[in-house]
Design a protein around this ligand. Structure first.
Ligand SMILES: [Zn+2]
Length: 366
């Protein structure tokens, strides 16, 4: 069975390489935007979907040949997929044009017969050459590099995301329903589980978050386009990156711990990003942190032959009494604890929900 794995490392391009990377980001953006413009023009005239490729642009604009041609081809593929989504659901509007001013710039290229490879502390990228790389973990033997996405963050740091393919042995594990855990997403605690344990992030993370908020406040008081505005923006981006990395680190440790200890983990199939928009929940929800955590859990459990079970988001996990099954329709969002109107038992909101999620997950699985 073929499987994929992604790795993300920081790279340190020299000045000349930085210039070439900036050029490539620009070419990719240009191709993407031009092809999109053509598609939109064609659609408005004919109501039909235009299939166009970068070939005619490359013929017309010589300088596009300086860029990695696979990066341009991937820009087209990325646009095709975004445009097809628009075609299926036109209420969402056309895909957006790429802007130079958006914080993150990136492009994706493919490995063709070793055109992308790592040797020692360097990675070879087509048209860029050998770039210094810091690998915090080794790509295992037998993993073949399929593609690499090169990006520059708003903070000015460069990264590569490497996608590998490898041959995976299927794992047959005997799973024990007694070792099932339910997780209920909770804004203040991240999650509460069916053992009534709340997963609070460590204190240092809160401190980084406070520092980020302070830098953001400082930025909001500055005049846009003023002398120090740009500098402060980079400061904010750096503080944000620190928070994001610390959170990811913690999430990795936490998800490994859970995947080691449990055979089944049950969660709800909720789109937390959408939910945050509707309820204006905390910033952490906005970043879809729990969604990311769920993805980590899924592959770590799978690696161990275990299972992540997702429950339909319409299942009333919060409003159902775990003792008698009564559904308390009028339960309000701010009620952290409640008494079941049917059986009278006292219930803690998140703990009760986590147990319902676990029971529901096991019921689906059996
Ligand atoms: Zn009850």
């Amino acid at each position: 069975m073929k499987a994929n794995k992604a790795y993300r490392f920081r790279i340190y391009p020299d000045t000349e390489q930085q210039i070439q990377l900036t050029r490539t980001f620009g070419c990719v953006r240009f191709v993407y935007n031009r092809l999109l413009e053509e598609k939109i023009g064609y659609y408005e005239k004919s109501g039909k979907l235009l299939r166009n490729t970068p070939a005619h642009l490359k013929a017309k604009y010589e300088w596009l040949k300086e860029a990695d041609s696979l990066a341009l081809a991937n820009a087209q593929l990325q646009l095709e997929s975004a445009y097809r989504n628009f075609f299926q659901d036109k209420t969402k509007g056309y895909p957006k044009y790429k802007s130079r001013k958006s914080g993150k710039q990136s492009y994706t290229t493919n490995n063709q017969k070793g055109s992308v490879r790592i040797e020692g502390r360097k990675i070879k990228l087509p048209k860029i050459g050998w770039v210094r790389i810091i690998q915090h973990r080794e790509i295992p033997e037998g993993h073949e590099i399929k593609s690499v996405t090169v990006s520059k963050e708003a903070s000015g740091k460069y990264y590569v995301s490497i996608l590998t393919e490898y041959e995976k042995e299927p794992i047959e594990a005997e799973l024990d329903p007694e070792k099932a855990l339910g997780l209920d997403y909770s804004s203040p605690h991240f999650y509460v589980d069916s053992e009534n344990h709340a997963a609070d992030m460590p204190q240092f993370y809160r401190e980084d978050e406070k520092r980020l908020a302070a830098e953001q406040r400082k930025l909001s008081r500055m005049k846009k386009g003023g002398k120090n505005y740009g500098k402060q923006k980079v400061k904010v981006a750096k503080a944000y990156e620190k928070v994001r990395n610390a959170r990811k680190d913690w999430q990795h440790k936490e998800s490994t711990r859970l995947a080691d200890s449990w055979d089944y983990i049950c969660v709800e199939d909720v789109n937390y990003q959408e939910m945050a928009k509707g309820l204006r929940l905390s910033k952490a929800t906005n970043d879809n942190a729990f969604g990311q955590f769920r993805t980590m859990l899924a592959y770590k459990l799978e690696e161990r032959g275990k299972k992540l079970i997702t429950i339909n988001k319409w299942y009333p996990s919060t409003k159902t009494c775990r003792h008698c099954g009564h559904i308390h329709e009028t339960l309000a969002l701010q009620e952290r604890e409640w008494n079941c109107p049917n059986c009278g038992k006292h219930l803690e909101r998140d703990y009760n929900a986590a147990i319902n999620i676990r029971n529901r997950g096991l019921a689906i699985e059996q």
